[in-house]
Design a protein around this ligand. Structure first.
Ligand code: PDD
Length: 276
């Protein structure tokens, strides 16, 4: 398996990063995940723009202009140029003696890999989710590599037989550990506002655009935990998840539990058409 580390294409087993890399020591880095479908990156520009914004938010300077060529080189080397694949991009603040202060004149570390992408099965089979207290920090808008809060909550979900954990912050549902959360109530679509308590997903934005283009009313408004049982439908969105209907959250089972509900299904169809 080939990866791109800084300027070099290497076998994954030979690609080495210093133990003093700040990504390793502090989780001091940001990342992106995007997919290539039918020979083009699905909303690739939006993903690269978000990477730029994450870099700015953590004051990490990294030259993005050469990234497209590097992506091409990586895809060539992996034989995935024309294949559906998932691309992972990570930039850390580089290697320096361990001090909290940002090092000066230290080159960032870039890692990219690509693997074949298969459409997730969860697209037509509603999934189950469990809520967890949102014990993460207050800058969830930054797509950073420090994901301990997310992986701990996801582990709880998996250990208990669920697909995803949904964070509950002060009684309101924010998002999943690697997905955004939507509800439907009497035809109205609800999702948490894009503030500092969620990652503003590219898929989330696509879904809102689909709502605008198709006269599906929506509100960017968080749903309180105790209102779950008043909701008609719920679904998760994300690059790897796409749009997955939720059949159950904690003890509440939704009416549409065998197949996605009508609004979720409509959005899935519209989303699927976008990819063609
Ligand atoms: N996760 N919220 C969180 C916390 C996420 O990590 C993700 C994506 C999303 C959805 O964002 P998007 O639609 O842009 O993929 C929301 C990626 C896929 C990951 O960590 O693997």
């Amino acid at each position: 398996e080939k990866v791109l580390l800084n300027d070099a294409i290497l076998n994954a087993s030979e690609a080495k990063v210093s133990v003093f890399d700040r990504g390793f020591l502090f989780g001091d880095g940001v990342y992106e995940v995007m997919v290539q479908l039918d020979n083009r990156f699905f909303f690739g520009k939006e993903h690269l723009d978000r990477l730029e914004s994450s870099l700015k938010k953590v004051r990490l300077s990294f030259e993005l202009s050469t990234l497209p060529q590097k992506i091409d080189r990586l895809l060539d080397a992996t034989g995935l140029t024309t294949e559906d694949c998932l691309l992972y991009i990570q930039v850390t603040r580089g290697t320096a003696p361990r001090k909290h202060a940002f090092p000066k004149d230290t080159a960032p570390t870039l890692l990219m890999y690509a693997v074949p992408f298969v459409l997730p099965e969860v697209n037509n089979k509603p999934v189950s989710a469990v809520t967890r207290p949102d014990f993460r920090w207050h800058r969830c808008d930054i797509k950073m590599t420090s994901l301990l809060g997310n992986v701990m909550a996801n582990d709880f979900a998996i250990q208990n037989g669920h697909y995803e954990a949904i964070f509950n912050r002060d009684g309101k549902m924010t998002e999943g550990t690697h997905s955004n959360l939507f509800f439907v109530n009497e035809g109205m679509v609800f999702t948490h506002p894009a503030d500092e308590h969620i990652l503003n997903g590219i898929t989330r934005e696509i879904v809102l655009q689909l709502c605008r283009d198709n006269n599906i009313p929506y509100r960017e408004e968080a749903i309180a935990f105790e209102r779950i049982n008043a909701m008609d439908e719920a679904f998760l969105t994300g690059t790897t998840t796409q749009i997955a209907a939720i059949r159950q959250i904690d003890d509440h089972t939704f009416y549409h539990r065998v197949e996605p509900g009508p609004v979720t299904k409509k959005l899935q169809q519209l989303f699927f058409e976008l990819k063609k």
